[in-house]
Design a protein around this ligand. Structure first.
Ligand code: ATP
Length: 517
């Protein structure tokens, strides 16, 4: 199945099964804003817990905070967001559609790269086992021609972005003969810069009210609390402050479902270090964050680093962890060496001294920072897109059935255990309720007695429940139940007394944290 189809199916599945709804749907929705439903919020909370615990529980020198969304407007001048949080955009005069220029050009590059992949696939079929992909890519004239074009366009894009050269960005669009995907024309406006921050008014009388911004990142709430946390917690460098919270960006190109939203959630950790140690810590956090992603077992080849060619105004090194979504490899987390830019800048704008006295060095300095910044919603999308599976099952009588199953890592699954009495009578419901009552204080369990067991299994598969148990007449005799595994659909008979152990072993966040050591 084409990835596009798969992605569409995933989006409708998440709506049908209570994971993600378009915001304000009965009013025809609000572009790039989404609501999480009853299962979506559980998945999201589990992801947040895994991240939070991996930072705050596993590190003696990392603490968490929860700062307000509204902050003093000068903060966004100090951070550079008022001056530099811009995206270059262009409008198509016929369709009146607005695009981010870098996204338009990157889509063009992606199309060229897809062409190379197709050429290689065709050749692989033609040559069979003797096919040498590397050799083909470095010698085939057609592939080399396309690759040359990819390299040329990419270099021009990077140079133009680095230099903020808006004319050159427009020229690339003209030279590559890019057309608007809606109108199909090349009738473009000039390229302009557009600030991504939402603003609103603080105060009751509009005339006197101050313009303030909805934060476009959670990081600044950490920087402006650096002294508070360091002093009240008697923190010694190196130490980190972690935060999970909403962020808002007036994204121009809002698409790809929850990948790019206007209201989203971030999990950010700022690690404060001595100047001069940043490359060592940058490497350390790169490795640790990749380990966190890999511990979820989403697939060996699903992640990669993408080092930044154009560094943000605050960074002296930066990389993205990219995940292979159905629409290709895209950023899920950024790791940035932010130097002393933020604290230094807040010191300048606020007029307050923001330094740390290092007892070992016997000197004061403005600390350097390594930041790890990951989108909660993008993580939800990683997990869901990886989990979504359509399977054909051959039944005992030879007929073929289909199921859709979300193979979500058990520790992140919204519901951990579904409990089914085989029938409602003969005391089976009561026995099932008794088991439910014993486990529901520790695990998210769901009791279901309607429909056939087969149907109940399908519904749990569709929301990714890793375990189902069935209570039947034998249960009343020997206190055993049938445990059914989601991914293999295997079943085994186990004593009720073993359920708690099996569940804590397989579904608790602890199992993931232990992999991180
Ligand atoms: P992109 O290049 O995709 O716009 P970014 O480089 O601007 O992302 P950062 O500013 O580094 O992103 O933000 C850190 C993380 O926050 C990203 O890795 C991503 O997971 C998440 N994020 C950023 N913007 C959005 C958004 N509009 N919707 C959902 N998540 C987002």
């Amino acid at each position: 199945m084409a990835n596009d189809d798969l992605f569409k199916k995933l989006i409708s599945h998440t709506k049908e099964y209570g994971f993600i709804f378009p915001s304000s749907e009965i009013y025809d929705g609000l572009s790039a804003v989404y609501d999480y439903g009853q299962y979506g919020v559980e998945l999201k909370n589990n992801i947040k817990k895994f991240w939070w615990d991996s930072m705050v529980l596993l590190h003696e020198n990392i603490v968490g905070i929860d700062s307000a969304i509204f902050m003093h407007p000068r903060i966004w001048e100090a951070s550079g967001h008022v001056g530099a949080f811009n995206d270059p955009l262009i409008d198509n005069k016929d369709s009146k559609k607005r695009y981010r220029v870098d996204v338009l050009i990157e889509d063009h590059i992606q199309k060229l790269e897809d062409k190379i992949t197709k050429e290689v696939e065709k050749a692989a079929k033609r040559f069979g086992e003797s096919f040498n992909e590397e050799m083909y890519k470095t010698t085939n004239p057609r592939v080399l021609e396309i690759q040359g074009e990819v390299d040329k366009v990419r270099t021009r894009l990077v140079d133009a972005l680095k230099a903020d050269n808006l004319e050159e960005l427009k020229q690339i669009i003209l030279d590559t003969e890019l057309v608007c995907p809606i109108s199909g024309t090349r009738n473009w406006t000039d390229v302009r810069q557009f600030n991504l921050m939402f603003d609103t008014k603080l105060g009751s009388v509009t005339d006197e009210a101050n313009t303030i911004y909805l934060r476009p990142e959670t990081a600044q709430g950490i920087f402006v609390n650096f002294l508070n946390v360091q002093k009240s917690g008697r923190m010694k460098i190196p130490f980190g402050i972690a935060q999970i919270g909403k962020a808002f960006r007036n994204e121009i190109v809002a698409r790809q479902f929850i990948f790019r939203m206007r209201e989203f959630e971030q999990m950010e950790m700022q690690f404060f270090i001595a100047p001069g140690t940043e490359m060592e810590w940058f490497k350390h956090w790169k490795e640790l964050r990749m380990k966190w992603h890999k511990s979820l077992g989403l697939g060996d080849k699903k992640h990669r680093f993408h080092d930044h060619e154009k560094l943000a105004h605050y960074a002296n090194a930066a990389t993205d962890i990219e995940f292979e979504f159905p629409f290709g490899f895209k950023e899920v987390e950024g790791i940035h060496s932010r130097t002393d830019f933020d604290l230094g800048s807040h010191q300048k704008f606020s007029g307050k001294k923001i330094t740390y006295f290092d007892p070992e060095k016997n000197e004061s300095y403005v600390p350097y920072v390594i930041e790890t910044s990951i989108g909660v919603d993008r993580m939800v999308l990683c997990v869901l897109s990886n989990a979504f599976t359509e399977e054909k099952i051959t039944k005992e009588d030879g007929s073929v059935d289909e199921r859709v199953v979300l193979k979500i890592p058990a520790a992140l699954a919204p519901v951990k255990l579904a409990i089914f009495p085989l029938v409602k009578k003969d005391g089976l419901s009561e026995k099932a309720r008794e088991i439910h009552n014993a486990l529901r204080f520790e695990f998210n369990c769901q009791y279901e007695e309607k429909d056939t067991i087969g149907r109940r299994y399908r519904r749990q598969d569709a929301i990714g429940t890793p375990f189902c148990i069935t209570i039947d007449h034998t249960t009343l005799e020997d206190d055993t139940v049938t445990l059914r595994y989601r991914d293999t659909m295997e079943q085994e008979r186990i004593p009720v007394s073993k359920l708690r152990e099996i569940l804590s072993d397989k579904v608790s966040i602890r199992t993931l944290l232990q992999k991180l050591g």
